[in-house]
Design a protein around this ligand. Structure first.
Ligand code: PEP
Ligand code: MG
Length: 830
């Protein structure tokens, strides 16, 4: 049935577009779409017939449930809740049936006008996405007579989702630390994308579409809160289960949590929350709020919608690039943050609010700003610190969209050699755009220790103090100061003596850091004399240099697919040789394991046009893709065989399932090396990432020079848990005894032929896994560059003999939790 509803003017007076009312929540259409009236009559009349659904105790707002279930909110004036009922006399009660034009509330216009910022009265339709607004009044209106709005229900939601079909209901106890903030909400949104059903999450009398990160955050759900979940549609059951699972997953609020404390006040010092540790001396550089002047009116809805889409495309592309680059560097903190930004850019409610702004005549920039700032106001007002900290992310998105629409308004800030960035709050992208070497510290008036800038500052090693309050904004550009993030204090007017003392302390800390670095360069030898190679996982020559700088003994895995993705065609043989040679050249005589292309599964390249598969992780991927595209595989093998010296190159093959594939590949290398007239051959290794490869390791080791355990995939295939499924993230643990047994079998098989085994999956970077892997006989650990000193330090404190005995016993345990609990007892420092 198609619902058409006509709403009449509730007061006499001029009609006002909602975007112009002086309240960001209504103006940003966050309460829904509608129209406002400047009241010139003193009795509020019902805009349609219906039932009074809610009536504020204070009489300033009510809802009417019209026929067909359409909910209409009428809000008299701005900030009128504060009048505590003075000036309002309700004439109806909740549950009353009312006729169109019937008096609802008597308003003392003079009294209200004196005490409220505005009398403008908003008539808003909740759930506005379901309707087309086919009529909107302009000009003067007569109360109870002039049509205000006409709306018609849309046939289906634009997301492609459909609520037609069975309904399922459930509950979830939210497991995410800090509740439903941006990253968990983005995971819920991701999970629901796989389904056609509509999913609604309900909490505290409010509802949110699970496809909207903004709506989910606006529920204000805290950790351990119970929410109701309703799914309706063809795949309701599965959608409900997926959303409940993601909601219940435990996740930490921030990476590498720090002890958060606000320093006690000290006279003459500015106190804040230490978000990233350290001590710095520097000069103030103000990064003030981005407040670009924008054209108010648009160039027509069509042109402005196109401007918005183009900006969204551009910013999405940039953010995706940021994610890829961060992943290549192994900077997961950074990539997670940008992934949350991507989810905000895809948020249907935010986009719908911006589009409504455009449709009512605003320019795309203003419409975006109003939609985003309204959401900022909602988040800031929820009383949840973690959600309030997401305001900086939203403002960052606003800035990026406006720059994409109208261009960069100004050059970047002029930096000192040691700059302390001072701002109300800092956008993550504002930080990553600046040269790291010139940023000595960060001081913000707002923000919190779990804000994304704080996470980035920790990842980049920049001392940061946040939530310092408005006094931070009185710091003047160029002023020298001492930032002691360890004590949570800023000394804004340091004396010469204090500056000298701080400089001495900074030098002492740097010397200690250098000592750690220097010892990282030495070999990692256990207490009983076993040498373990600590290598790095990299994507390019820059990473190789970073690895060497952190003391890596070798490159344990170069994922070559990063050379192939994000481009229109495959790299040429020459390009590839150049890239591989650059890595070898960056290593100062160390060896590099370079893996052949591992495309397919979660790594796609558009130019190969891989056929769609029902189960990509179980389809054409790894070496299977290589054999399916023999020219591409040959080009890569030739490019690898051209690097010098071949004695430092080790070729690694992904996704081998049995020895036939290995023999076939070795045959190809032999043939190509023969054609190229090479006397030398590089070593050839096999990834152990398919359970059959672990079980058949003895057969593989006969034909391979070494084995390298890809624990990420080996875990996924052993536990039958998708490594990309956020709902399973808490359970997909490489320390599962099933996996440990496979590793033991693989090491045993390799040792029969005197071959060594390394680990290049994320398991090698997990300090708790290190003693177990060493105990199982693993000889090489390939980790992310910044972790090399830590892992080496850890190895140096272990006894191989003890690790062996304990690892054997761990194989008998029955869960990953039991394994971890035992490791905590045995090696508390791990
Ligand atoms: C692995 O599977 O552990 C591995 C190192 O390969 P990737 O993560 O690239 O699939
Ligand atoms: Mg893998």
């Amino acid at each position: 049935m198609t619902i058409t509803l006509e709403l009449l003017a509730p007061f006499s007076g001029p009609a006002i577009p909602l975007e112009r009312v002086p309240d960001p929540v209504f103006a940003g259409l966050m309460m829904g779409d509608g129209l406002a009236v400047e009241p010139m009559s003193s009795t509020l009349l019902a805009p349609c017939k219906g039932t009074v659904g809610q009536l504020a105790r204070t009489g300033h707002a009510l809802t009417l449930i019209a026929d067909g279930g359409v909910e209409v909110l009428i809000h008299i004036g701005i900030d009128t809740v504060k009048l505590a009922g003075q000036g309002f006399r309700p004439l109806v009660a909740v549950g009353d049936r009312v006729a169109a034009g019937q008096p609802l509330v008597e308003v003392d216009l003079d009294a209200v006008a004196r005490r409220a910022p505005s009398l403008q009265t908003m008539v808003v339709v909740a759930d506005a996405e379901r309707f087309c607004f086919t009529g909107r009044a302009e000009g003067w209106l007569e109360a109870g007579r002039s049509p205000l709005l006409t709306l018609t229900a849309r046939e289906a939601a634009s997301s492609g989702a459909s609520a037609d079909g069975p309904e399922r209901e459930g509950e979830a106890v939210v497991g995410h630390e800090g509740g439903l903030h941006a990253r968990p909400s983005a995971r819920v949104q991701q999970a629901v994308k796989a389904f056609a059903s509509e999913v609604i999450v309900e909490f505290g009398g409010k509802q949110a579409n699970a496809r909207s990160v903004m709506a989910l955050m606006s529920l204000g759900v805290a950790e351990r809160d119970t929410v109701a979940v309703r799914a309706s549609g063809a795949d309701a059951e599965a959608a409900l289960a997926a959303v409940v699972a993601v909601l219940e997953t435990h996740s930490a609020a921030g990476h590498a949590p720090v002890a958060v404390h606000a320093a006690p006040a000290v006279a003459g010092r500015l106190a804040g929350v230490a978000a990233a540790p350290g001590l710095a001396i520097g000069r103030v550089v103000r990064l003030d709020v981005f407040d670009m002047a924008l054209p108010e009116a648009g160039a027509g809805a069509l042109a402005e919608r196109e401007r918005l889409s183009a900006a969204l495309r551009a910013v999405r592309e940039r953010v995706q690039h940021g994610i890829d680059a961060a992943l290549r560097r192994g900077a997961t903190a950074e990539s997670d943050i940008f992934a949350a930004h991507l989810a905000l850019l895809d948020d249907p409610e935010l986009l719908a609010a911006a589009e409504r702004g455009i449709d009512s005549g605003a320019g795309a920039g203003l419409a975006c700003r109003l939609a985003i700032r309204a959401q900022c106001a909602v988040l800031a007002g929820l009383g949840n610190q973690l959600l309030a900290e997401r305001v900086a992310d939203l403002k960052d998105i606003e800035r990026q969209l406006l720059v994409a629409m109208y261009g960069e308004p100004e050059q970047g800030p002029a930096l000192f050699d040691a700059s302390i960035l001072v701002a109300e709050d800092l956008a993550p992208s504002a930080l990553t755009r600046l040269p790291r070497a010139k940023v000595a510290g960060i001081v913000t008036a707002a923000g919190g220790a779990s804000g994304h800038v704080a996470i980035l500052a920790r990842a980049l090693g920049i001392p940061a103090l946040v939530a310092c309050g408005p006094d931070a904004l009185s710091l003047t550009p160029g002023q020298a100061l001492i930032l002691d993030a360890r004590a949570g204090l800023v000394n804004p007017r340091p004396s010469e003596a204090e500056l000298d003392d701080a400089a001495v302390e900074i030098a002492r800390l740097a010397a200690r850091e250098r000592a750690l670095q220097a010892s990282a360069k030495g070999p990692a030898i256990t207490l009983d004399g076993a040498a373990i190679e600590v290598a790095v996982n990299i994507a390019n020559a820059d990473d190789a240099r970073e690895g060497v700088a952190h003391g890596a003994d070798a490159v344990g895995l170069l994922r070559t697919e990063f050379l192939f993705i994000d481009r229109r065609e495959a790299p040429t043989e020459d390009e590839q040789t150049e890239a591989y040679q650059a890595v070898l050249d960056a290593l100062d005589g160390r060896n590099a394991i370079i893996r052949t292309l591992d495309i397919g599964g979660d790594k796609d390249v558009p130019y190969l046009q891989l056929p769609p598969e029902p189960n990509p992780a179980l389809g054409l991927r790894g070496i299977r893709t290589g054999f399916a595209y023999p020219d591409m595989l040959d080009a890569q093998l030739r490019a690898l065989l051209r690097v010098k010296p071949l004695s430092r190159l080790r070729i690694l093959v992904p996704m081998i399932a049995d020895v036939g594939e290995l023999i076939r590949l070795r045959g190809r290398i032999e043939a190509l090396a023969g054609e190229m007239g090479l006397a030398e051959r590089p070593q050839l290794g096999v990834m152990i990432e398919v359970p059959s490869a672990a079980l058949l390791a003895d057969q593989l080791a006969k034909h391979a020079d070494f084995l390298s355990i890809g624990s990420n995939d080996l875990t996924q295939y052993t536990l039958a848990m998708d490594r990309c499924n956020a709902a399973l993230a808490a359970r997909i643990d490489a320390l599962h005894p099933g996996l440990l047994r496979l590793i033991a079998i693989a090491v045993d098989g390799a040792s029969k032929h005197g071959k060594w085994v390394g680990v290049c999956g994320a398991m090698a970077s997990d300090p708790q896994a290190v003693p177990v892997l060493i105990g199982l006989g693993v000889a090489e650990l390939s980790v992310s560059p910044r972790l090399v000193p830590e892992v080496k330090n850890l190895v140096r404190g272990l006894s191989l003999q003890q690790c062996r005995g304990e690892a054997e016993r761990l194989l008998a345990l029955n869960s990953a939790q039991a394994v971890r609990a035992r490791i905590t007892e045995l090696w508390p420092a791990a």
